[in-house]
Design a protein around this ligand. Sequence first.
Ligand SMILES: [Zn+2]
Length: 81
Amino acid sequence: MPLYEYELCEGDCAVCGGRFTLRRPVTAKPLTQCPACKKPVRRVISSFNTPKLLKPLSVTDAKKAGFTVLKRTGKGEYERQ
Ligand SMILES: [Zn+2]
């Protein structure tokens, strides 16, 4: 999961210090608010942290991101992996 860096668009935040990093799945929507204080944030683009190639999200990555991965079984039911 890539690590993204964010900073507040304006003001200060005692919780995040106005700047914080967050691991997010590549499929997640862009973060627009500080998760702690709900102030607007923008993503900081750091040159070394931007992968040129995005590898496909694997089942393991999805699980790490907290997704429940469902596998279809033969009986047409779904089972947690
Ligand atoms: Zn904050």
